[in-house]
Design a protein. Structure first.
Length: 299
C-alpha cells in the first residue's frame, strides 16, 4: 500500500468517526428535546391539575352555600309553623352517580332542619326517567317522603304505574294531565297514590269536581297543584283533599308566581294553615294594578 492509499484510508476512517459522533450528537439533542417536551408536559399537567383542584374547591364552596341556603329557607318555614314541606331535586340521569349523591345531600339537608315528625314531599318535575327513578327511590326511602312527585314525563303512565307499584315511595302526579279520562287511566293502572291536578288546566271547577269524585272512589287523595284561590276552594269543599300546596311569593316570574301580581286576596298562612273568608264573594279575588310598574306592557 503506497502513501496515497494510506492517506485515503485515514480520511475514510476520520469521516466514519465524525459521522458516528454526529449521529450521537443528534441523538443527544433529540433526547434533550424529548426530555424538555416531557418536562413541559408535566408542567402543563400540573397547571391543569391545579386549575382542576381550584375548580373543585370552588364547586365544594358552591355546594356548601347551596346546602346552607336551602337549610336557611327550610328553617324559615319551620319558624312560620309549617309541618309539611316540599323540596325539589337538582340533578337527573345525565349527572350520573355524582348527581344521585348530590340529590341525597339535598334531602339530608332538609330532613336535618325539619326533623322526623314532619311530612317531606319530593319534587322531580319530570326530570328523571324510569331507570333513574328506580335507582333513586331505594336511596330516598330513609327520608320517609310522603310522596315523590312527577318522577317521569307525564305521558309515561306505565312508568308511573311501575314506580308506584314498587310500594316503596308513593308516587304523585297529574298537574300535566288535562281531562277526566287521563285521570281515569292513572287510577285504573294504580299509577299514582296522590292526584295533583291544576284547576286551570283540567277545565275548571266542573271538570275538577268530576276528577275529585272518581279519585275518592279509588281512595286516592287529591292535592291540587300550586295552591291559589281557584284550588283552595276545591280543597276546602272536598273531604278527599286533605291538604293544600302553598307557593311563597317570589320575584316576578312568567309562570305560577305571576298570578300573585295580577290578583290580590289570597290568604296568608298562619302557623302553617290558611282560612278562606266566607264573607268574600266568588273566589275572593280582586284585580290589582299595584305591580303594574314592574311589567313592560306592550300594546
Amino acid at each position: 500500500m503506497n502513501s496515497s492509499d494510506e492517506e485515503k484510508n485515514i480520511v475514510t476512517q476520520l469521516k466514519a468517526e465524525l459521522a458516528e459522533k454526529t449521529k450521537w450528537a443528534f441523538a443527544l439533542t433529540d433526547a434533550v428535546e424529548a426530555q424538555k417536551e416531557t418536562g413541559d408536559k408535566l408542567i402543563f399537567e400540573l397547571e391543569e391539575r391545579t386549575k382542576w383542584a381550584q375548580g373543585l374547591d370552588q364547586t365544594v364552596e358552591e355546594k356548601n352555600k347551596l346546602i346552607k341556603d336551602l337549610q336557611k329557607e327550610a328553617e324559615s318555614y319551620v319558624k312560620q309553623g309549617f309541618k309539611m314541606f316540599k323540596m325539589r331535586f337538582g340533578w337527573g340521569p345525565k349527572d350520573g352517580p355524582d348527581g344521585m349523591k348530590k340529590n341525597i345531600e339535598l334531602a339530608e339537608a332538609v330532613r336535618e332542619v325539619i326533623g322526623e315528625d314532619t311530612d317531606l314531599m319530593m319534587e322531580c318535575y319530570m326530570g328523571w326517567n324510569l331507570d333513574y327513578a328506580k335507582r333513586m327511590i331505594p336511596k330516598l326511602m330513609k327520608f320517609n317522603p310522603r310522596w315523590l312527585e312527577e318522577p317521569v314525563i307525564a305521558d309515561d303512565i306505565h312508568g308511573y304505574a311501575e314506580l308506584n307499584n314498587m310500594n316503596m315511595i308513593p308516587i304523585s302526579g297529574g298537574e300535566h294531565e288535562f281531562n277526566m279520562f287521563g285521570f281515569k287511566q292513572l287510577l285504573d293502572l294504580k299509577a299514582v297514590s296522590y292526584i295533583q291536578y291544576d284547576n286551570n288546566r283540567v277545565g275548571g271547577f266542573t271538570a275538577a269536581q268530576k276528577i275529585n269524585a272518581i279519585a275518592e272512589a279509588h281512595q286516592v287523595p287529591v292535592i291540587p297543584h300550586a295552591g291559589q284561590m281557584h284550588n283552595y276552594h276545591l280543597t276546602m269543599s272536598n273531604f278527599n283533599c286533605p291538604i293544600s300546596e302553598f307557593f311563597p311569593v317570589n320575584d316576578v316570574e312568567i309562570g305560577n308566581e305571576l298570578f300573585y301580581y295580577i290578583f290580590e286576596g289570597d290568604p296568608t298562612p298562619e302557623n302553617g294553615f290558611i282560612n278562606l273568608d266566607d264573607n268574600k264573594p266568588g273566589l275572593g279575588l280582586t284585580i290589582t294594578d299595584k305591580y303594574k310598574s314592574d311589567f313592560n306592557i306592550i300594546e
